[in-house]
Design a protein. Structure first.
Length: 237
């Protein structure tokens, strides 16, 4: 039925700023300082440029500055803030309740060595602050409790309120369900991720958003844009 009224929409720019730093990019200052923090969430790592409270806050500010130049309305959402504020807690318990179904979706897509230690849940170590990639046992889904090995000790820890984050494809699916996402746009390098995350969203009782897949952006040599190489383009360039 056409009423002429536009459907109200919310455009969300989501920053995965709770991800652990895996590699120090080649093109930024204070690389040695960053190396001491490898594996920690980007929001828990000092800003190598010395301007913001963390490396993530620096990157988020650059993203927002870029978006703000276009003057459209959007909501900026930080993964760290959502996790720590408990926004994702219900869906994190849902992940624990559907743990085996998620493993059944993910394990066939992984190489044997990765599958041996894979867990959809990455606890954040209370000893080192590192986002741990370790096998996890569900202790109590309703309470959000899991157990895992950390520096030779078996730890039981809550995954709620920032105690853990999810592996990328599971994280994407959980976010779709938790935030009620209807539409998502992504590059064709994530085509397979979209398929797997769609299956996980269904296992969580949600659905995959409608999507639009765009082509890869390449640099002047025809190579993939890489964060660790630092061969991206800025607005000024």
């Amino acid at each position: 039925e056409k009423t002429g009224a536009a459907m109200p929409t919310r455009l969300v720019a989501f920053s995965d700023d709770m991800d652990g730093l895996r590699k120090v990019p080649d093109n930024i200052p204070n690389g040695d300082m960053l190396r001491e923090h490898l594996g920690k969430p980007l929001t828990a790592i000092p800003d190598p440029f010395g301007k913001f409270e963390s490396f993530a806050h620096h990157n988020n500010a650059m993203l927002r500055d870029f978006l703000d130049r276009y003057g459209f309305e959007y909501e900026f959402v930080s993964s760290t803030e959502q996790y720590q504020a408990g926004v994702f807690d219900d869906q994190l318990k849902n992940v624990l309740r559907n743990y085996q179904a998620i493993m059944d979706i993910m394990l066939p897509t992984l190489r044997a060595e990765r599958a041996a230690t894979y867990s959809p849940i990455m606890p954040i170590s209370q000893k080192s602050g590192i986002v741990l990639q370790v096998p996890v046992t569900v202790v109590d889904a309703a309470a959000g409790l899991v157990s895992f090995e950390d520096e030779g000790e078996t730890i039981t820890q809550s995954i709620l309120a920032g105690g853990a984050k999810l592996q990328w494809k599971v994280d994407w699916a959980m976010r779709w369900v938790a935030l009620g996402v209807d539409y998502e746009m992504y590059g064709k390098d994530l085509t397979d991720s979209g398929v797997q995350s769609g299956k996980i969203a269904k296992a969580l009782g949600g659905r995959k958003p409608d999507g639009l897949i765009y082509e890869m952006f390449l640099d002047e040599k025809g190579e993939k844009i890489s964060k660790s190489k630092g061969n991206g383009l800025s607005m000024d360039q």
